[in-house]
Design a protein around this ligand. Sequence first.
Ligand code: PNS
Length: 162
Amino acid sequence: MTRAVCPGSFDPVTHGHLDIIARTARLAEEVVVAVGDNLTKNGLFTPPERVAMLEAACAPWSNVSVTLFTGLLVDFCAAHDIGLISKGVRAADFNYEVQMAQMNRRLTGVETILLPTDPQWAFLSSSLVREVATLGGDVSGFLPPAVAEQTAARVSAQLVED
Ligand code: PNS
């Protein structure tokens, strides 16, 4: 059975991420979406909140599950019998994504497939979504409706705190 992982920060999950997850769910029998829990970035959402949003967004796909992971991605793959890493790649990310794929393969032999981002989402990233939302822009076109609502609520709450 082909088990694949779609790893990432997903802060928050965007339509670009969901396109990659959906495409991976057609290529692999089982897909685990793995939210990195040991990243040093200042998050808009906590990792458990990201998992909850992803679980709701991925509910239509019966072969997709969502979990947190800590430590090395290759160790997570080995522990969960996952032989394939699937990632979306924008032109600007290509060199770094290839470098990580080569490092991961050297570490344990796990293979990576890099799926070119759908052109309609080529400009999209979670970090830009956070910036636009924080500065009052409309990000509802880039996120599932529930995620857009939670993002608007979170940035308003942060503005009140500051
Ligand atoms: O959405 P992101 O921020 O691009 O996701 C990056 C992520 C979580 C996939 C990457 O940082 C990762 O794999 N982190 C786990 C630690 C690890 O294995 N590092 C070595 C990479 S070669």
